[in-house]
Design a protein around this ligand. Sequence first.
Ligand SMILES: CC(C)=CCC/C(C)=C(\C)COP(=O)(O)OP(=O)(O)O
Length: 383
Amino acid sequence: MTETVTATEELAPAVSPQVRGCPLRTVPAVTASALAGPSGLGTSAARLTTQFGPDPAYAEVAWGDGKASPLYVPVLERTNDALGAEVDRRLVEWAGDCGFSEEEQEKLLKAGFGRLVMLAHADCDDPDRLLISAQLNAAWWAADDYYADDSEMGAVPTRLPPRLALVMAAMDPVAPAGEFTEELDKALRGDPILIALNSGVEHLTKHGTPSQVQRICYATFAMFVTWNAYAAWRYTGEYPPAWEYLAARQHDSFYTSMTLVDAVGGYELPANLYYDPRVRLALTQAGTASVMVNDLFSVAKDAADENPVCNMVLQIAADKDISIEDATEITVDLHNQLVRDFEAGHRALLAVPSPELHRFLRGVRAWMGGGFEWHNTNPRYRT
Ligand SMILES: CC(C)=CCC/C(C)=C(\C)COP(=O)(O)OP(=O)(O)O
C-alpha cells in the first residue's frame, strides 16, 4: 500500500487555498516548492541535485533554428531506426485497413508516429506493443487535425462536440440497445478515425489490463473537454488568457500518450499508485512540459489557420502584447521549470518502494526525451 500525501499536509504557503471562502484542493508541495521557495517534499530532492551536481539524465539542448534559449530536456535513451521503420510500416498497413486513403497513409508515414513511439518508449523492443502506442497516437492526432484543429482538413468548431461523443462510443463500447445499436454500428464503421480508435483500443485490450484500458479511455475523454473549450473559443473569437489556456492544456497534453507507458512496457503500475497525487502531479508536469514543446514547434502552423489554433506562445504574446520571440522565451522558461519540477518529484518518489513506479517514472522521463527528439527532427514542424 502506498503512502498518500494529503492535500492538507502539503498546502503551499504562497498559494491561498481560499477563494471566496471555498477551500481549494491544491497540488502536493513538489510543484509548490517552485512557487513558494524551499519547503515540502521536493526540497530535499532539489538539495540532492545541488549537492551532487546536475543529473546526467537531463541536458540543455538547442532546438528549432537555434535562436531561442535552450530547452532543458531528458536525454534521449534509445534510438533504433530499423525498429521505428518497422512500426511505421505496420502502422501504415493498419491505416489502410481502417479506410484511410493512400494520400493519408503517405502523410502518416511522413509524420513518423512509429519513429515517435520507438524514441519515446525506450524500454520496449517489441514492434507489436509499440504499434499500440503508434495506433493510438496516430488516431488521436488524426482526430485532432480532422475534427478539431485544421479547417482545411474539415475541422468545424460547431461539429466538434458531437463528433467527439461518437469517438467516445468507438473507444468505450455502448451497451447493446436493440434497434439503436444497428445505426450506431453503421456510424462507427463509416469513418476511418472512429475505426482507428476502436481498433487501437482493441489492440491495447489484448495486451493491457482492464484498468489500463479504462485509464486510457478516461484520459482521452478528459482531453476532449479541452478540445471542446478550444472549439468554443475559436467559434466566438474570444481567445482565452494564457493562464486559462494552460489550465485547459493540462488535460490536452502528452499525458494522454504517457498513460500507455506501462502497457507498452509489458507491466502494470497499480491504479492506486498511478493516481497517487504525487505521481499524478509528476505525470501532469511531464505531459504539460512535452506539450509546451509541441506549442513551441507549432507556432507558425497554429497561427496560419483561418481560425488560429490556441497555442501558449500565441496566448502569451496576445496577453502581454509582446513579440513572438519574447513570448517564446517565457514559454521556454515555463517548460524548463516544469521539467525541473518533474525531476525533483521523480527523485522524491524514488523513496516509494515500488519497482513498477520507478520503471514507470523512468519511462515517462524517456517519453519526454523521445518526444522532444521527434519534434526537433520532424518535417511536420518545419516552416
Ligand atoms: C497524441 C495526442 C495525445 C494527441 C492529442 C492532442 C495533442 C496533445 C496534440 C496533437 C498536440 O497538440 P496540437 O494539437 O497543438 O498538435 P500539433 O501542433 O497539431 O502537432
